[in-house]
Design a protein around this ligand. Structure first.
Ligand SMILES: Nc1ncnc2c1ncn2[C@@H]1O[C@H](COP(=O)(O)OP(=O)(O)OP(=O)(O)O)[C@@H](O)[C@H]1O
Ligand SMILES: O=P(O)(O)OC[C@H]1O[C@H](OP(=O)(O)OP(=O)(O)O)[C@H](O)[C@@H]1O
Length: 235
């Protein structure tokens, strides 16, 4: 068997991943006509490239269907329970930076911190008879963060995209989403809570603890890790 490495199948995450490996002497390329989700790793034997949605790479790692995978550190933490038991972080890759934050309407002048949000949530429930709604696709990370910081009187509503629009559309009062330039937040009249940074994400190379690590995969990992200058955990 060969060592399978999962890489995002499109866009800047894919291009930057190819560049990161290429600069370290491991050439990755898309095969086929550019729309075909197949790829190859050159210059190193026994390694197969699997092109996948960034959002599915955590699950594939946890299931052991890929041995290594590149995806956002936010996605691994959100999609996997007890993520460190399932994967090991081998290297942050220095691109794909984004902050997962909590934001509220900019016109909420009395709400700047999580404590303020907690107070606003209690007042909201008393006034409206239902809990303040926070729209997000990062359910696990947001719930854990709010529990840790003592905010309880809220409900999460699922939003898989255009999350900043939910406040204007009156389907949520606050949001938790990633921001990089901050433009989407500004355009939608939202402000980040001063202590509302949940996670600073970047593209990261992960190793699956559940994958089969027999002699051929171990040999490929030794070769790859020495080429990439990485130390790997005991398997
Ligand atoms: N400005 C940005 N917008 C979106 N994602 C970003 C941005 N900057 C960094 N990222 C990161 O890129 C990853 C995107 O994952 P996501 O699942 O949204 O991918 P996608 O491109 O929508 O893939 P797919 O549609 O194939 O599932 C996340 O880890 C996210 O933190
Ligand atoms: O801070 P900014 O530079 O404005 O970037 C942040 C925005 O980018 C992402 O959305 P994306 O374009 O991936 O669309 P989506 O809302 O459908 O996920 C993210 O969900 C934010 O909405």
């Amino acid at each position: 068997m060969s060592l399978k490495i999962g890489v995002p199948s499109k866009g800047r995450l894919m291009e930057n991943t190819f560049q990161w490996f290429g600069e370290r002497g491991v050439a990755m390329r898309q095969t086929g006509n550019g729309r075909e989700y197949s790829g190859a790793v050159e210059g190193i034997d026994g390694v197969d490239l699997v092109l996948l949605s960034a959002g599915e790479i955590p699950r594939e790692l946890a299931a052991g269907r890929i041995h290594l995978g590149v995806t956002g550190s936010d996605l691994v933490r959100d999609k996997l329970a007890d993520w460190q038991a399932q994967v090991a972080e081998l290297a942050p890759l220095g691109f794909g930076h984004a902050d997962l934050i909590i934001a509220v309407p900019a016109v909420w002048i009395d709400v700047d911190t999580l404590d303020d949000l907690d107070a606003a949530a209690a007042a909201f429930r008393a006034a409206h008879g239902f809990r303040l709604r926070i729209a997000t696709k990062y359910h696990r990370l947001v719930r854990d963060f709010l529990t840790t910081h003592g905010v309880a009187d809220y409900q999460l509503v699922d939003s898989q995209g255009a999350t900043e629009g939910t406040v204007k559309n009156l389907t949520a009062e606050a949001i938790a989403d990633i921001t990089s330039s901050g433009e989407t937040l500004r355009a939608n009249h939202l402000k980040v809570l001063s202590d509302g940074l949940i996670h600073q994400s970047q593209a990261t190379l992960f190793l699956s603890r559940a994958a089969v690590w027999d002699a051929p995969e171990r040999a490929a990992l030794t070769l790859l890790s020495s080429r990439l200058g990485l130390s790997v955990p005991q398997l």
